[in-house]
Design a protein around this ligand. Structure first.
Ligand code: BGP
Length: 466
């Protein structure tokens, strides 16, 4: 159409879309045979941990409104969308009977996507451990890896004929941090040893699902979605540089290296050995991880990590934490998203893509999440009922310019998905920060309205650039 006005144009077939997860959008948390996951359970136990007491029942109700939502995705120009299957909906206790109502629901959803030319990318695990499996220790228990592999095989068997892009996990480091270090996910433990075991078992589960996918002769691509936080040192002083290398090994390479290269970073292994925190594993595990790396990498990028050399020795009485190797550093003059408390550093996305090109064989990848959570967006609603979220447009544009530059320089990045399509339930933050291209009015039965950014992305996707 207006391609002559496009300054930043993207390769043909670029994946324009957004991403979301089952537990954050489906609602219907206890209907049609769905089992409880850890969020349903935690909300029953401690509703006051959730912003304004809003729990996982009250999401945007994709379970009931998926047809309307897929129409809206089409309307704003999406050619792809990432969803997740709720393990406890499909297999209510995580390891036993398969729920026929869930098969019907996911079949309907996948068919609806395909009928509307929006390619469904499907992720298997987005923070939502079935509660029955958490009762036996969740990812700390090796038998949960077996249950996960079985769940993955069932999904490939049921939906693999139509779904051609699969992901084993979304941000697998987050349940490690939230559940076992920093108290923002159930089971709210602080235990570095368990955290390491959870990390290892998750990586093993990912490799086992990839192995299963290949053994079953599936013909799509399978990958993982990682949140990468490029690590920047305060200065070029060797002590700051060392802090940054270690933070990178702990928070990025811990999952990136085994997922893409099949091996763990040496720096991390050395720390775990020295400190006596090596996880338990069986002979053969490392070979499985080595042989079953990803075809495709999703990169979630929100913020950088800035670090400096440790200034004070850690308190020997305090629980062991990864930040004993560095201090966080607040860069003077940094740009912030004050609502979420995250630094905005657009060039970070480029640095990640350059790193993948130079050090990870230029693996095929896409930006699988990037976005801006804003509190109180209602005040930007104009007289026509449209939220004028120019700040979000600027945020996306600035990131896309860096993605564009990376492509010009040979990066193998195939698409850009925003977090997220529609304002959704953000775990304990519930509906505090809104992220969508489309707003949701919780007081009016979840009424949907396309925001200005939704209209804008429609043009960008149509023109394949801006
Ligand atoms: C990512 C998750 C998403 C989403 C997003 C926004 O870490 O994959 O599930 O929630 O971050 O973050 P938050 O909801 O914490 O504001």
């Amino acid at each position: 159409m207006t391609t002559n006005r496009v300054k930043y144009s993207f390769p043909d077939g670029f994946w324009w879309g957004s991403s979301a997860s089952g537990p954050q959008t489906e609602g219907a948390a206890d209907v049609d045979g769905k089992g409880k996951n850890i969020w349903d359970h935690w909300y029953e136990e401690e509703p006051n941990r959730f912003f304004n007491g809003v729990g996982p029942q009250k999401t945007s109700q994709f379970y009931y409104k998926y047809k309307e939502d897929i129409q809206l995705m089409k309307e704003i120009g999406h050619n792809s969308f990432r969803m997740s299957i709720s393990w406890a909906r499909l297999i209510p206790d995580g390891a036993g009977e398969v729920n026929p109502k869930a098969i019907e629901f996911y079949n309907n959803v996948i068919n609806e996507f395909i009928a509307n030319d929006v390619e469904p990318f499907v992720n298997l695990f987005h923070f939502d451990m079935p509660y029955e499996l958490q009762k036996i220790g969740g990812w700390t228990n090796r038998s949960v890896v077996d249950a996960y592999e079985r769940y993955a095989r069932i999904c490939f068997e049921l939906f693999g004929d139509r779904v051609k892009k699969w992901f084993t996990h979304n941000e697998p480091i987050v349940p490690v941090e939230g559940g076992y270090l920093y108290d923002f996910h159930y089971p709210n433990e602080v235990d570095f040893g368990k955290a390491v075991q959870v990390g290892f078992n998750t990586i093993l589960s990912s490799a086992r699902a990839i192995k299963a996918y290949k053994e079953m002769g599936q013909d799509g691509k399978i990958g993982i979605i990682l949140n990468l936080t490029p690590s920047y040192p305060r200065s070029q002083h060797p002590a700051d540089l060392k802090a940054s290398v270690l933070a990178d090994a702990i928070f990025n390479r811990s999952f990136l290296d085994p997922s893409v290269k099949g091996v763990f970073p040496e720096e991390l292994v050395q720390i775990l050995k020295e400190e006596g925190y090596m996880p338990e594993f069986e002979s053969g595990d490392l070979e499985i991880i080595k042989q079953n790396t990803v075809d495709l990498l999703g990169v979630n990028y929100y913020q950088p990590r800035r670090v400096k050399a440790k200034e004070n020795l850690p308190n020997p009485e305090a629980p062991f934490m990864p930040d004993r190797y560095f201090d966080n550093y607040v860069m003077p003059g940094r740009k912030m998203n004050p609502h979420r408390g995250w630094e905005i550093f657009e060039k970070g996305v480029y640095d990640i893509l350059v790193n993948l090109k130079e050090n990870y064989g230029n693996i095929e990848c896409f930006i699988s999440e990037n976005g801006m959570g804003v509190e109180g967006e209602e005040k930007f609603r104009d007289e026509n009922g449209i939220i004028q979220d120019d700040y979000r447009i600027e945020f996306i544009e600035e990131h896309l310019k860096w993605v564009h530059k990376a492509i010009q320089e040979g990066s193998n990045v195939k698409g850009y998905h925003l977090w997220t399509f529609m304002d959704n339930w953000s775990w304990t933050n519930a509906y505090k920060n809104r992220y969508g291209f489309v707003s949701v009015n919780l007081d009016k039965d979840g009424e949907r309205t396309i925001k200005k950014s939704g209209q804008w992305i429609k043009e960008v996707s149509r023109n394949n650039g801006f």
